[in-house]
Write a protein that binds this ligand. Structure first.
Ligand SMILES: [Zn+2]
Ligand SMILES: [Zn+2]
Length: 102
């Protein structure tokens, strides 16, 4: 199940569960749209993969035992362990390669 993380790993912006500007990679690394577009250029600094918009989990249960009421969002803030410099160096060679070819 997707871990819905509370913040952008890079700039620490709050990303509430219903945020429409939250982006995730396949490992659930979570960043805001601004960072993905302007700093990471669609390269996850942790794995090198691309990003997709994070789906929004319903607030109320439309089916038994589903929704944020039963599987709440995480409140554990995550911060990237890499420096801005390191991220630039890591992402740069991958920026011009589409995610499906990396
Ligand atoms: Zn951000
Ligand atoms: Zn990743």
């Amino acid at each position: 199940m997707l871990e819905i993380r509370p913040n952008c790993e890079y700039c620490d912006k709050d990303l509430f569960p219903d945020a429409t500007d939250a982006c995730i990679c396949t490992y659930e690394c979570t960043f805001c749209r601004d960072c993905v577009n302007n700093i990471l250029h669609n390269v996850c600094p942790n794995c090198g993969g691309g990003f997709s918009p994070r789906p929004i989990r319903p607030k109320i249960a439309h089916r038994d035992k589903t929704s944020l009421q039963y599987q709440p969002a995480s409140n554990k803030r995550i911060h990237t362990k890499y420096s801005t410099d390191d991220i630039q160096k890591f992402c740069k060679p991958l920026i011009n390669t589409p995610a499906k070819l990396r």
